[in-house]
Design a protein around this ligand. Structure first.
Ligand SMILES: Nc1nc2c(c(=O)[nH]1)N[C@H]1C(S)=C(S)[C@@H](COP(=O)(O)OP(=O)(O)OC[C@H]3O[C@@H](n4cnc5c(=O)[nH]c(N)nc54)[C@H](O)[C@@H]3O)O[C@H]1N2
Ligand SMILES: Nc1nc2c(c(=O)[nH]1)N[C@H]1C(S)=C(S)[C@@H](COP(=O)(O)OP(=O)(O)OC[C@H]3O[C@@H](n4cnc5c(=O)[nH]c(N)nc54)[C@H](O)[C@@H]3O)O[C@H]1N2
Ligand code: SF4
Ligand SMILES: [Mo]
Length: 861
């Protein structure tokens, strides 16, 4: 039976049709009836079926590593939380949760902490993600409200993307945007990003501004709007603070943006002259120690021109996680209450307290993520429960955070995987039901609430997160946690939103309280008695005491630089999701970029003595990492980029947040994760290795990084000192002596393979240089036998297809380049006709365009 559900990855919130294949797997299709995607899926969504296997799942609760029953584990947690609260007060316990929780999970966690334990020490990974947008919205609008809709990107004449790599991070929305421009070529797309990303390939203009200069840029825009009389006389009466904002903006100078004068002027004119403008922004704005100011600098321009809440115009903060928005609705952040009500407003507290029948309402904000882990470190927090997030990898100062968690009196972790960097540190581990196995709702970037529905039975004893939290609450002696299903929780949440609506909150979905939950179709909020769906603020009425929006004066500042260091930028790759605990299971998704890398300009490489495909050691005051060197002129000199996805499970030293210092925005508490001052030097490897293996191996060498391939894993390796006996090493790693070897000591070369009746067990290739061989070919060798495997390349008759670009059809760079050259292909469509590449999910189309544009071969290895 086909189940109508929602993708668990990005905030686009695509509808998915999932059909069990009868063998525990799922066949996945885009839901043609879901308004967010109308049948489209990106490659991550399309590969969901490859990530639902039960391998590596946590199947039973564990206490100190030993299997335990649910009732023992839940009692244990309840006792530890109760003990801490009794002995040290409510603020001695904390929940650290996630924008990937379903609304129902989130609601229960928030109710437990803020209404019953009596502390607001519940914070979420959204602090690392959306906090600056939330704070910026609240300063400007009085509420955390996203004014617009996805269709505004399609209706606009100008779409500005700043600090957003939409092509890789919100691919289906990006495809909607490109389809709209194809239909209306007068539409312009501008990308503002220090880095030339895949999103730039389809843009009319790319502004490679200086890192962190967005505040200056939008300040200059505000001045330009004023000076060219483009502010809106009709809308200005609906705002306050214009003069102060303009005065502050006057301090920003064109040279502060790092942009050449002509493109800068062109951008300012284009924005000023185009009424239908949407400004989309994401982590390049939020993840900054002045992120909230940057958000307000953008909002100032939209408010000054009245370009908000009307078709084709508005600021648009795209949410990252599937339920980042739902978390904001339930008040999952430490400084919010529920349904957009204020924790510090006595009337709001009283109303929520009465509705919950809460014995002990929290009355002041709790600790924000960075401060929360500091409190864990210094012992103020005695009991911590981490749910659906992996802070040992993704928090700034990840090493310090890991040490703090390890030293905490009591830590429980709810996850679907048996082994994550965070799960390793827990006293109690609880097995959660995964995406395909549970029911609930999520809200996407445009405020659309969609159902997630179970298509599979949860394996072992796995249980949904809401159930776990509700059980602990009951075991702590609290009333009001005895729901039988997520539908009942949703109805309670919707009913509470009606009370909030009565207190003036914009978030009112009370009419959904009596709706048939099982049949709920995607629906935009608000859904209360006074407004149904649509946009906010077009009428000029805001949720502030005087009904007017606030322009905020922005004293723009650039991130502090150290002259002896480079500024490290971090972010995402196309086919992986965060710490790869799900996408990393798919060989197809792992082929795009299979190793933790540092994208760095060739001039920096020359200055620092870095070798292409060599290794680099990166150090900050927080920690260090070892990464593969990827030469690229897409990044500016002095401003390398590294992806965030590698953990201690997939690499020896690829956790990028080990490098990130915990500098936070003073308003939102969001860490600056995109501008670390980093010291780089070559990692002096005396050998490099590559292996494919069926065995679960963690090699004991200075550098390793592993990725899924069909039938097993591939592992890149390197070491400072050459082992004396390679055969012995091989035996240690793979359990037996190789049955094929090829040794050339003069070139520091050793190649060996081991097979058994089941086929290839392992093949290892070692060299004194970065190993040059066909990964695309070897990556298939566990499932496609090759007697000449030690050659490391396909035979004469099979050309090497190079790194895989089109993950859907597994088509490599070399194949595409050969076809471009041989057949004179001129555009992406022609590549599609010739090879099929780019014709399914379309995620690789920007990269195909880049290949065509430059016609430069991308390194195959
Ligand atoms: N494939 C994939 N998609 C995802 C995710 C994933 O893990 N993988 N995660 C999801 C989540 S949770 C989130 S929050 C979103 C994030 O989505 P995005 O914010 O689009 O992604 P990032 O790669 O973090 O950063 C965006 C861009 O900001 C740029 N940038 C850095 N510094 C600056 C600056 O000072 N100014 C400007 N203007 N730009 C700057 C970076 O170069 C980068 O290209 O993606 C979501 N979608
Ligand atoms: N340097 C740097 N650091 C960053 C960022 C950056 O751009 N740069 N981005 C930040 C941002 S925007 C974000 S959102 C965070 C993301 O960081 P995290 O949320 O820490 O990363 P995930 O890998 O998504 O962690 C989710 C965890 O939940 C588990 N899980 C999966 N399904 C379920 C389920 O149904 N229930 C439960 N209980 N667990 C489940 C997964 O196995 C995994 O361990 O990283 C932040 N860190
Ligand atoms: S764009 Fe991709 S990752 Fe995002 S919701 Fe849609 S299918 Fe999922
Ligand atoms: Mo995020």
């Amino acid at each position: 039976m086909t189940v109508r559900t929602t993708c668990p990855y990005c905030g686009v919130g695509c509808g998915v049709l999932a059909s069990p294949d009868g063998q525990g797997g799922l066949t996945i299709k885009g839901d043609p009836d879901h308004p967010a995607n109308r049948g489209r899926l990106c490659v991550k969504g399309a590969a969901l079926g490859e990530t639902v296997s039960t391998a590596g799942r946590l199947l039973t609760p564990r206490i100190h590593g030993a299997k335990a029953s649910w009732s023992t584990a839940l009692d244990f947690i309840a006792d530890r939380f109760t003990d801490a609260v009794t002995q040290h007060g409510p603020d001695s316990v904390a929940l650290y949760v996630s924008g990937q929780l379903l609304t129902e999970d989130y609601y229960v966690a928030n109710k437990l902490m803020k209404g019953f334990i009596g502390s607001a020490n519940i914070d979420t990974n959204s602090r690392l993600c959306m906090a600056s947008s939330v704070a910026g919205h609240r300063r400007a609008f009085g509420t955390d409200t996203v004014p617009g809709l996805y269709e505004d990107l399609e209706l606009a004449d100008l779409v500005v993307l700043t600090g957003s790599n939409l092509a890789w991070c919100h691919p289906v929305l990006h495809q909607r945007l490109l389809a709209a421009r194809a239909a209306r070529p007068q539409m312009k797309i501008v990308v503002i990003d220090p880095r030339r990303t895949a999103t730039c390939e389809d843009a009319d203009l790319h502004l490679p501004l200086a890192p962190g200069a967005d505040g200056h840029l939008f300040n200059l825009l505000l001045c330009h709007l004023h000076d060219t009389a483009r502010t809106s006389a009709a809308f200005l009466p609906h705002v306050t603070g214009f003069d102060a904002a303009l005065t502050a903006a006057r301090a920003s100078r064109p040279e502060d943006t790092g942009l050449p004068p002509d493109p800068l002027r062109h951008f300012l004119d284009l924005w000023a002259q185009t009424e239908k403008t949407v400004t989309v922004y994401s982590q390049g704005i939020n993840q900054s120690d002045s992120g909230t100011d940057k958000v307000n600098a953008i909002l100032n321009c939209h408010l000054a021109t009245g370009r908000i809440g009307r078709p084709g115009m508005g600021p648009f903060s795209v949410t990252g996680q599937p339920n980042a928005m739902g978390g904001r609705e339930v008040g999952g952040l430490a400084n919010m209450l529920a349904c957009h009500l204020e924790l510090e407003n006595p009337a709001h507290r009283a109303a929520v307290g009465a509705f919950w029948n809460a014995p002990r309402m929290a009355s002041r904000p709790g600790l924000k993520a960075v401060d929360m882990f500091r409190a864990v470190e210094d012992g103020r927090i005695k009991a911590l429960w981490i749910i659906h997030t992996n802070p040992a990898v993704t928090m700034p100062e990840a090493d310090r955070v890991s040490r703090a968690i390890a030293a905490c009196d009591f830590v429980s972790v709810s996850d679907i995987r048996a082994d994550t960097d965070t799960a390793r540190l827990a006293h109690v581990l609880l097995p959660s039901a995964a995406w395909g196995e549970k029911d609930g709702t999520v809200t996407n970037s445009e405020r659309m609430i969609s159902r997630q529905r179970a298509a599979l039975t949860a394996p072992g004893q796995a249980q949904p997160d809401w159930w776990q939290i509700a059980q602990v609450a009951q075991r702590m002696g609290f009333q009001g946690f005895d729901w039988a299903s997520p539908g009942q929780i949703f109805a309670e949440h919707a009913a509470l939103s009606g009370i909030a609506g009565g207190l003036g909150s914009d978030f009112d979905i009370s009419d959904l309280a009596s709706h048939d939950y099982d049949a709920l179709s995607p629906v935009l909020w608000p859904q209360g008695p006074t407004q149904r769906g649509g946009r906010f603020f077009g009428s000029g009425r805001f949720h502030t005491p005087d009904g007017r929006a606030r322009l905020v004066p922005v004293a723009a500042a650039l991130p502090a630089r150290r002259p002896d260091r480079l500024t490290l930028n971090t972010g995402r790759t196309r086919d992986q999701w965060h710490t790869m605990t799900r996408t990393g299971l798919s060989p197809r998704l792992s082929r795009h970029l299979a190793e933790p890398y540092l994208e760095i300009h060739p001039e920096d490489m020359a200055r620092l003595g870095l070798m292409p495909a060599g290794l680099v050691e990166a150090k900050t005051d927080a920690g260090c990492a070892i990464l593969r060197v990827l030469p690229s002129d897409a990044v500016a000199i002095g401003h390398p980029f590294a992806p965030i996805h590698w953990s201690g499970q997939t690499s020896s030293a690829g956790r990028i947040d080990a490098l990130v210092e915990a500098r936070t925005d003073p308003v939102s508490g969001q860490p600056a994760s995109k501008s670390m001052q980093v010291e780089l030097r070559p990692f002096a490897a005396s050998w490099f290795g590559y292996c494919v293996t069926r065995r679960d191996v963690v090699p004991d060498c200075d550098y390793w990084a592993s990725a899924a391939i069909p039938g097993g894993r591939q592992i890149e390796m390197a070491g400072a000192a050459i082992p004396t006996d390679w055969s012995a090493r091989f035996r240690n790693w793979f359990g037996a002596t190789p049955d094929m070897t090829l040794v050339d000591p003069a070139r520091g070369l050793f190649r060996a393979a081991l097979s058994d009746e089941g086929g290839l067990v392992a093949a290892l290739f070692v060299s004194d240089q970065p190993v040059r061989l066909s990964r695309a070919h070897l990556g298939d060798s566990l499932t496609r036998p090759d007697p000449a495997i030690l050659a490391g390349h396909p035979g004469e008759t099979t050309p090497d297809q190079g790194a895989i670009l089109c993950a859907c059809f597994e088509i490599g760079v070399n194949t595409i380049m050969r076809a471009i050259a041989r057949e004179g292909l001129q555009n992406v469509e022609a590549i599609g006709v010739a090879l099929g590449a780019g014709t399914n999910c379309g995620s690789c189309r920007p990269e195909l365009r880049a290949l065509l544009a430059r016609s430069l071969p991308v390194a195959a290895e």
